[in-house]
Design a protein around this ligand. Sequence first.
Ligand SMILES: Cc1ncc(COP(=O)(O)O)c(C=O)c1O
Length: 462
Amino acid sequence: MTLGWHSRQMPVERARLRSLIARERASYAVAHPRSSDLFRAADHLFGRVPMTWMAKWSGGFPLYLERALGNRIVDVDGREYVDFALGDTGAMAGHSPKPVVDAVAERLEQLGGATTMLPTADAEWVGAELSRRFGVPLWSFTLTATDANRWAIRLARLATGRPKILTFAYCYHGSVDEAFAVVGPGGAAVSRAGNAGAPVPVRMTTRVAEFNDLGSVEAQLAHGDVAAILTEPALTNIGIVLPEPGFMEGLHELAGRFGTLLVIDETHTFSAGPGGATQLWGLRPDILVIGKSIGGGIPSGAYGISRDVAHMIEEHPEADLIDVGGVGGTLAGNALSVAAMRATLEHVLTEEAFTHMVDVATVFTRGAQDAVDRAGVPWSVSQLGARSEYRFASPAPRDGSSSAAAGDEDLDEYFHLSLVNRGVLITPFHNMALMCPVTSRDDAQLHTRLFADALDELVGTG
Ligand SMILES: Cc1ncc(COP(=O)(O)O)c(C=O)c1O
């Protein structure tokens, strides 16, 4: 028997892992004949899926959705799942929360006017609530977090007159060209593997640093051409990489010293609490971006700017923010999306909801960490409020590059499949689990049992 050690840190026998994956794939195929048939019949979809990333689900084909309510999903084969993927945060409010359904039905069915190009009173309510939660005073709406980031970047360039954006290696901010960069020779920004059809080489638009390394940030800002630092307060798309004490304060100080704006993307880190990590950690961004969950499942996004940034934009002699300025979207801020945001913030993702979600995520995290400790594998489990994630490295990586190096697609597939085959979904991207307002401690403990069983089988104690 050969032991195929993946790395010095990972005592996993590769042959055993491969045979477990084969077993789980076979059960998955047998259990989901209707999903498999629908996938195979999708001759008119590029990659056989509505959006290319949906092919990322493990098992060779995605589950087809029949219905979803709260934190339960039922697929077209009639199987039910406890959903910890929650639409990769798009459904952090739970599926079809009643207040959102009512608000959407009222707007769509009774009042009418999903999209009219006219404002509704809900917009100011949402702007005021986002200001109260995130401390940023002036808001505009979008339909996706990607758009909110793109427009934030545009405005930062306009406000500062500088061309470049500083991002962190292995960050993700949606399909934002400037952000697909990693650290190359001499600290230069180089394209991340797989970045397809980039408009220009990333070194022309981007400076890149390592998360938790203020020295690398300072060295890049010293070039004097950076309009904005664009970052999540904790990286969440390469596992969870939490900021070390002083890192976010240091970023703020460096941004101020070099005349660079600080753009905080709270799209995922909203899981930290009602005002995201910004409120929890007392951050002071110049621009704040949020999307996904704030519409309770209805496409919605927003970006908030400080009064100083607003002033810099308004002062600009040539800014066209109506038409050709690169900031727009005919359906942005539409009445339906804004009604959904209001209902979500007013009635669903409330302070009480977050208290519960964080409590359940703590149960989830402890359960997963105990299973890891018992199995004796050097892995780590990180939590950010309502979000938890295991990563195949211990201690937890402190920057994007080392977290990327700890990635293991075979292990991901094994855990995803063994959970899905037993009624639990986690995100198809790495190993994230998210709690919504109706996720229970029992749900978290179900995951603990299944994860511990899968782990025991893998390391040979099962
Ligand atoms: C931090 C962050 N920002 C922005 C986005 C983009 O969101 P969307 O794809 O909904 O535009 C994502 C998507 O995963 C994200 O993780």
